[in-house]
Design a protein around this ligand. Structure first.
Ligand code: CMP
Length: 140
């Protein structure tokens, strides 16, 4: 399997609970390397731009409010099959449906406040990584 990169975001519910280190440990235990990382407080407009594909969904405004409520940690994870591996480590979008031991099962409160975001394809990963990071900030 090819070495890939994927975009991860540790969301406000998780940074509020001081869970950045515990979540990073889950990525590293799964063989994903954190090759870029920055903590930032998104504006509602920045969150809205990132999640533009969900613009027509009923939860869009709530999602943008939530993502700009507190700091997030944007990250690039690297490893073999990183997109799929990260989705496995995160667990299902709805924590109630997530497998035991996954980040969302362990730490998330609800489908809206689900602790982490991960790119859903290699193609989207490239777009999402470029939203947060310059090439020079990614050190593999
Ligand atoms: P994420 O993987 O970041 O991608 C889009 C996000 O929208 C998703 O995680 C959830 O946080 C959020 N989301 C998806 N479905 C719902 C929903 N039914 N209600 C509220 N938020 C949702």
């Amino acid at each position: 399997m090819a070495v890939e990169r994927t975009l991860s975001i540790i969301k406000p519910d998780a940074t509020e609970k001081n869970l950045t280190g515990k979540i990073n440990a889950k990525f590293e235990e799964a063989g994903l390397r954190i090759v870029a990382q920055k903590r930032l407080h998104l504006t509602k407009a920045q969150a809205g731009k990132f999640y533009e594909v969900h613009k027509e969904r009923g939860f869009y405004d709530e999602l943008c409010e939530f993502m700009s409520r507190s700091p997030v940690v944007a990250q690039v994870l690297e490893g073999e099959g990183a997109v799929a591996k990260n989705r496995e480590v995160m667990g299902a979008t709805n924590p109630a449906e997530a497998d035991e031991g996954t980040i969302r099962k362990l730490f998330a409160d609800s489908i809206g406040e689900n602790s982490v975001h991960g790119s859903d394809s290699a193609e989207n990963a490239a777009i999402e990584i470029a939203y947060f990071f310059a090439g020079t900030e990614i050190v593999g």
